[in-house]
Design a protein around this ligand. Structure first.
Ligand code: IVH
Length: 707
């Protein structure tokens, strides 16, 4: 298998260096042959063996390159090319099922421009018959599972089949019968009293919820079996089991999204059809939405691109469909995809690369975590060269070795992680990895506590821990010191300017300008920013101290109960336990922290340098919830605001309950406009976002108070 992965990477590299469109026919001919052979082998791994060795995104790039070259040089096309087939091959082990109407695939859009081109093409084609029309669209989340066709006769589930190659699938009726979420029977009168059609083929996606997938993998690991790489593979593997009793134990879900042939009258629009399927008792995805025009649909696509992690199932895009069936008929189908629908694909979040080393990283609490060093690779538009490996068990359970080809995933704002090793790509040169015995920063022996996944360096003076603590203390969610990022924080520790946290507040302009590359002005700004952080609310200080288990929410819960840090320090674990949101682990961690003499000294010193250690008026419990005037509003700022820096304005808006984001989207509630606004103003106007202009400081104060 190694050669297949290697060959794929060589090909991708060659394509990157010289894209298909830049090639001559002579150059293209051997490349087309190689691409075809490689795509075919991947198809086999994917469709027949259910164990792909490369991420879908890499496959897509190969496939598209092949398609492009064949389109450019039609003479190179052959009828047996993988591009001429609708999908995968049915497996011999199952009975074949010939679909009465093919299950089509979709062409892809990767950005707003592609969507617009597609829509305008549809409009042009419809113009001959219907004149200038703006077809209504339906947007559905594209569930990452596998398509099935369920035929009901006289209300009974008669045949269920996979998509297979689009024309012929596998008969998996026995397995589908075990999926609880798929009705075996459509009761008479289900659809608002209407008689269900004599014969109807319902199409939809079988998938596995993320939570159920994790639980299944935990079970498989516990039984010594290999876990599935992702929910899609788990769903496919579960559905194509020869023994239905195995499928029955797998937590499969289903959403209906279309129909095949229906006897008797059938609805005129897709919206009506989805309503009918819902009425007949099929599970429907809840976020489907109808759009009268393209621009609001684009916001929907963008919204789900950045919120896909909010769902308990994987989606890889949005399927956009023209609603009216007469328009669909007019538009027709080209090759294996309809012209009336398109898949807006999100950027891929997985890629494969080589893991060259594993280092351990010491955190501010002393937790020591393994981190993968990777050959740099593009994931979701960003180059990734490091990724988390979580802990010792994570690596052992997945048998991840140094030198392995690994799948790296980057989801939303989450740190990139190594998901799995591609065992099939091993050469025998890979070496297993063992957790080190001692802290790489201070040499202290590492300890793994019972019931904990992490190792700890227990040395409270470990320099690595202290650097991390300073980095955390100054960070945006903690004391929020402008201009003091991770690198500078580390440097100030390395240069000996900060030995204990309160030293931060003693740094002088002279000390900073003595450092290489520090100008007078930036030194002055930094000292001012540090000084300004002395008046941060108590909850921020509590979070900044880096007490184990005290995150932002716990810090808020504690401040709701205690007016000063001294009151909190005086509370014992039992007293802390009576607070809402505080369990035994937190209570013990907080009271232990305040019992240590060095921490008591730390608080005294922070007070002495002038850091606020008392609850501020707006932190009082009565200020929470209903009393926050901007609670729940998502706000964007443009232009300069009277009397406040951008950061001060953001902070004030956040203190009043708003969440402040940097760009206008479908989620924006208010655009706050100052002097000389930027392009966000037009964007907000186009989105119909509420616009609040700030002529003077009073306008801002009024808005903060009343919303
Ligand atoms: S419609 C002609 N709707 O995506 C219409 N497909 O790339 C073809 N899929 O094989 C399918 N969610 O497995 C459609 N809401 C949705 C979908 C969806 C997921 C999958 C389906 C199909 C593939 C097409």
């Amino acid at each position: 298998m190694t050669d297949l992965v290697e060959k794929t990477h060589d090909l991708l590299e060659a394509l990157e260096e010289r894209p298909p469109t830049a090639r001559t026919k002579e150059e293209a001919a051997p490349l087309v042959d190689t691409l075809r052979a490689v795509v075919r082998r991947h198809d086999h791994r994917y469709y027949v063996e259910d164990t792909p060795v490369i991420p879908d995104a890499e496959y897509d790039r190969l496939y598209r390159a092949l398609e492009t070259l064949e389109a450019e040089f039609p003479a190179l096309q052959t009828p047996d090319s993988p591009t001429q087939r609708v999908g995968g091959e049915p497996i011999d082990a199952f009975e074949k099922h010939e679909h009465p109407e093919p299950l089509l695939s979709l062409s892809n859009a990767f950005d707003e421009g592609d969507l617009r081109d597609w829509y305008e093409r549809c409009q042009r084609q419809l113009a001959d018959r219907y004149g200038a029309v703006e077809p209504t669209l339906v947007a559905e989340l594209k569930i990452d599972g596998l398509a099935v066709a369920l035929t009901y006769e006289q209300g009974q589930l008669a045949v269920a089949a996979t998509r297979g190659n689009g024309s012929v699938g596998e008969n998996i009726t026995h397995n589908i019968r075990t999926v609880h979420r798929i009705p075996l029977r459509i009761p008479a009168g289900a659809d608002n009293g209407r008689q269900p059609p004599e014969r109807i083929e319902v199409r939809g996606e079988v998938f596995m919820r993320k939570s159920e997938f994790e639980a299944l993998n935990d079970r498989l690991r516990a039984d010594g079996q290999s876990p599935f790489a992702n929910p899609r593979n788990a769903a496919a593997g579960s559905l194509r089991q020869l023994d239905p009793s195995v499928t029955a134990e797998r937590p499969l879900s289903f959403f209906a999204f279309a129909t095949g042939p229906i006897s008797g009258p059938s609805p005129d629009t897709h919206t009506e059809k989805l309503k009918m399927l819902d009425g007949l008792g099929f599970p429907m995805e809840a976020h489907t939405q109808r759009f009268e025009d393209l621009s609001s649909l684009t916001s929907f696509c963008e919204h789900w691109g950045s919120h896909r992690d909010d769902l308990d199932y994987e989606i890889d895009g949005v399927v956009v469909k023209i609603d009216r069936h007469d328009y669909r008929r007019e538009l027709g189908t080209i090759a294996d995809a309809p012209r009336w629908a398109i898949a807006y694909k999100f950027p891929a979040r997985e890629a494969t690369t080589t893991l060259t080393d594993i280092l351990v990283n010491v955190g501010r609490t002393g937790a020591v975590n393994p981190e993968a060093v990777l050959e740099p690779v593009q994931v979701g538009g960003v180059t990734v060269s490091q990724a988390t490996l979580h802990n010792e068990d994570y690596i052992a359970e997945r048998d991840i070795r140094i030198g392995d080809t690994v799948v790296v995933k980057r989801a939303g704002d989450v740190i990139p992680q190594v998901v799995r090793a591609v065992a099939e790509a091993r050469t025998g040169e890979e070496t297993p990895w063992h957790f080190p015995d001692t802290c790489p920063a201070c040499g202290e022996e590492l300890v793994r506590l019972p019931e904990e996944a992490d190792y700890y360096c227990m040395n409270s003076e470990c320099p690595a821990q202290f650097k991390r603590l300073v980095e955390h203390f100054v960070s945006r969610d903690a004391m929020d010191i402008e201009g003091l990022g991770e690198k500078l924080a580390h440097r100030l520790v390395e240069e000996g300017l900060i030995r204990r946290l309160p030293d931060l507040y003693r740094i002088t302009i002279d000390e900073l300008t003595a450092l290489e590359g520090f100008a007078e002005k930036s030194a002055q700004n930094l000292v001012e920013a540090i000084d300004a952080s002395k008046t941060q609310p108590l909850r921020r200080l509590l979070f900044a101290l880096g007490i184990r288990h005290v995150g932002k929410t716990v810090a808020e819960d504690l401040v709701a109960e205690f007016e000063t840090i001294d009151d909190l320090a005086a509370a014992d674990a039992d007293c802390l336990l009576t607070i809402d949101g505080v369990g035994p682990t937190i209570a013990e961690s907080v009271s232990d922290w305040f019992l240590l003499p060095e921490n008591q000294d730390l608080i005294a010193e922070l007070k002495a340098v002038g850091v606020n250690t008392e609850r501020l008026p707006h932190e009082a419990p009565s200020d929470e919830g209903a009393d926050l005037p901007l609670e729940g509003l998502t706000i964007v700022i443009t232009g300069s605001l009277p009397g406040r820096t951008r950061r001060e304005a953001s902070r004030a808006l956040e203190e009043a309950g708003a969440s402040v984001t940097s760009s206008v989207s479908g989620n924006t509630d208010v655009l706050v406009v100052g002097e000389t606004p930027g392009s966000k103003l037009q964007e907000a106007e186009a989105e119909g976002v509420r616009i609040v202009r700030m002529e003077d400081e009073e306008d801002f104060e009024r808005f903060l108070a009343d919303g």
